[in-house]
Design a protein around this ligand. Structure first.
Ligand SMILES: [Zn+2]
Ligand SMILES: [Zn+2]
Length: 139
């Protein structure tokens, strides 16, 4: 009896996985960049800008991230005035809270350009260093 139940469960799980896989192949699902799970597009929040599409972080992870960022912002208030970004050194008026997505540790406040760049490079110093080396060696 239990065995039958187990095998039924396993079979139904496989069907769900296959559905997601088919949806993924036809562009109706994508991988969340936080949890790595492949989910249906409707499980990804829309950008607030109309026509900008959906975020690459699923609703579940987006909500969790928002909660963490709120807490970190409360514990570490942003600079009260414009200043130089500690990352790139350029003057900024728009501070963005930067934290480690693995450990949830607060890193600091950086400018919007650095925040976007870090995001594009997946917060990976190795990839950024590689890219930097290439840029430096090509004048
Ligand atoms: Zn996720
Ligand atoms: Zn910067």
């Amino acid at each position: 009896m239990l065995l039958t139940l187990l095998s039924t469960l396993t079979t139904s799980m496989k069907i769900i996985d296959n559905e997601i896989y088919q949806a993924y192949k036809s562009g109706q699902a994508k991988q969340c960049k936080e949890c790595g799970e492949i989910k249906l597009l409707k499980d990804f929040p829309l950008f607030s800008t109309k026509g900008a599409g959906r975020k690459n972080t699923c609703k579940h992870c987006s909500n969790a991230l928002a909660t963490i960022r709120r807490r970190l912002r409360r514990q570490n208030p942003p600079p009260s005035s414009a200043g130089d970004c500690p990352s790139c050194g350029r003057h900024t008026t728009a501070w963005v809270l930067e934290h480690c997505h693995q450990t949830n540790r607060f890193r600091g406040y950086i400018c919007d350009s650095c925040n976007v760049a870090f995001g594009k490079f997946g917060d990976d110093p190795y990839t950024m260093q590689r890219s930097l080396n290439w840029l430096s060696s090509h004048g």
